[in-house]
Design a protein around this ligand. Structure first.
Ligand code: TRP
Length: 332
């Protein structure tokens, strides 16, 4: 008999445009997981409203992220793809878990500390509470593994703490999840400030490549990517710009750093940058074409998110009932 597959949960916020960083750091790796694991891939719109969203844009982005999941190769037949707000257990579980979480530990989250620096006292309570909602996402499905980037590791740690606290207060209820660290080299940095992670909300639009950027824009951005005056293609922390481009090229082509160093020896950066740009275009163009087709078929998307919501609702409600029972609520 088949052993039960391990469960994976991950999600991306439908705020802003997804970047090459989201693609190489998350989506491309998720595709590889779908055979081996029981995967839940969520579009986390409840998380997105922790900062103000234009309703029309939010609707559009939610479907766009979903189309990107599918276009990147996540097959709706093999995975549960769903929209977080369709499954009310997430919000409900977040309330319950709030009561097993301390202000102190939420206040220590780096992401919250950084955001509060930016917004001061006008920071929304949702941003403070964000990790508890994320913990609910993960714990409701009994996820064993959570693919996350290094910026989300702290959120996964608090998830583990909350799970253990609840388990200890009652009896084993939640699977305590582990981070799933994707193969090395998937961390894509900002093209203008290569010591910072490439992000959707980067201040400098030349710092990121959007999955949906047209080829000429991709070429221009790579051409303008910050390098250095060393002039040698070499994989070292002392040349963070070049290192980042090498990382991208390796993930896309499989070429090793050694071979890359040999290939561009004595040639400066021009051809190297051209090859990086072409590798990106070659990877993203087919995805862009697919996204267009998928987004034009609203019925198809609806079918998938309805089916996803149904499955996710079933699984998460079971866990929610279990939580309620252990806490001491009277079942209906
Ligand atoms: N906080 C994650 C991010 O911004 C998104 C997210 C929400 C998530 N819920 C999750 C990621 C659950 C993994 C698992 O990247």
């Amino acid at each position: 008999m088949d052993e039960k597959k391990k469960v994976i949960f991950s999600g991306i916020q439908p705020s802003g445009e997804l970047t090459l960083g989201n693609y190489l750091g998350a989506l491309k790796n998720w595709v590889k997981l779908q055979e081996e694991y029981d995967c839940y891939f969520c579009i986390v719109d409840l998380h997105a409203i922790t900062v103000r969203q234009e309703p029309k844009v939010l609707r559009q982005k939610t479907l766009e992220v979903m189309a990107l999941y599918i276009a990147a190769g996540i097959e709706p037949e093999k995975n549960t793809i769903f929209i977080q707000s369709h499954v009310s257990a997430h919000s409900e579980a977040a309330w319950l878990l709030n009561c097993y979480t301390y202000m102190g530990e939420l206040g220590r989250m780096t992401q919250f500390k950084e955001k509060s620096k930016k917004y001061g006292d006008n920071i929304g309570a949702g941003l403070f509470d964000y990790p508890v909602l994320m913990a609910s996402d993960i714990l409701l499905y009994g996820a064993d593994l959570v693919p996350v980037g290094s910026d989300q590791k702290q959120h996964l740690e608090i998830t583990r703490d909350i799970a253990e606290r609840f388990n200890n207060a009652y009896s084993p209820t939640f699977t305590v999840p582990e981070p799933y660290i994707a193969e090395s080299g998937a961390r894509v940095m900002d093209l203008q400030e290569p010591t910072k992670k490439m992000s959707k909300s980067g201040d400098n639009p030349n710092g990121n490549i959007l999955i949906l950027d047209p080829p000429e824009v991709i070429r221009k951005k790579i051409n303008r990517a910050v390098t250095d005056s060393v002039g040698i293609v070499r994989f070292t922390d002392e040349q963070p710009g070049v290192k980042n481009l090498m990382t991208i090229l390796r993930v896309l082509t499989g070429l090793s750093y050694e071979d890359m160093e040999k290939k561009y020896e004595g040639k400066g950066y021009a051809q190297f940058k051209k090859d990086v740009a072409e590798a990106i275009v070659e990877e993203l163009l087919p995805i862009q074409d697919k996204v267009k087709i998928i987004l034009a078929d609203k019925k198809y998307l609806e079918e998938i998110y309805k089916k996803g919501a149904e499955k996710a609702t079933y699984v998460s409600n079971k866990m929610l009932r279990k939580m309620q029972k252990k806490i001491g609520f009277i079942p209906v």
